[in-house]
Design a binder for this molecule. Sequence first.
Ligand SMILES: [Zn+2]
Length: 321
Amino acid sequence: MIIKDLPWLEPQKTLLRGAYAAGRLAHAFLIHEARGAGGDVLASWVAQLVLCTDVNHRPCGVCAGCRRAASLQHPDLITLELIEESRQIRIEQVRELSAELALTSHQGGYKVAIISPADALNRAAANALLKTLEEPTPRTLLILVATQPSRLPATILSRCQRIRIRAPARGEAVAWLQSIRGPAEWGAALEALGDAPLFAADADPKTVVEFACDTQRVLEETSSGRADPVVTAERWGRTDLPLRLLCIENWLTDRIRRHFAGGTFSVEMTARVHLQRGPAIPSIRRLFGLMDAVQELKSSLDAPINRSLALESLLRRLATS
Ligand SMILES: [Zn+2]
């Protein structure tokens, strides 16, 4: 699905449009997006802003410059992304990009590079990129898109102007999803997907809600020793694993949030533990450890791993926490 307008990006667009008109556009941006909130959409829009050939209404969205940039076919737009099964953006890719950027633009204007996900740059790649950031050629624009910019070296971060995209309010996201996909249980789907509207836009909301309910029930049973990790892992490994991992991640995020929310959760749960063998409370350290394990599993989804075994190990950690 090609997505053009995300209403919650208007404030960022207004600022960027103003900076461009005033000739003060930075030469490097870091778009720090909440998951599924449209970082790539904004990056494409910025590319169109500088590559548009309509001098009065930039970006017009209809000229050849805009259309080519939107479909990533513009000769002056270079994109850097994960290649096939790799989990990292490598130094060779950055070197190629830097060489391309050093050339004169095909159309006498800007040359633009979009790096997404920029938090997948490995250390060597990030160091190589630093050179390009430190000595920018005139009329080049680097756009990095990341959900976890803290993974990038501080030297990279300090050279980019940061643009933050937060998850839109639930109501706004629901209205947008309805406008492009029609009525459905979008609120519940967003709840399950952690308010990531672009993920929801690609999903079947009914399936998402069913998955989320099932995941939550089984995780709670697992943490209190009432579900068998082997049976669950076997079942979960057979179906949509990326969606399942997203649901697990949200369940963990919710637990972590409750831990920090001021103690009501802990008090309530501790009381219940005394009364019966109710849901156990994984310690905060365990929760973060589990979250790391989920991230690890997510980033290795394309690799030939034994999914059931990896899930089983994750569930066992939950069961013993
Ligand atoms: Zn245009």
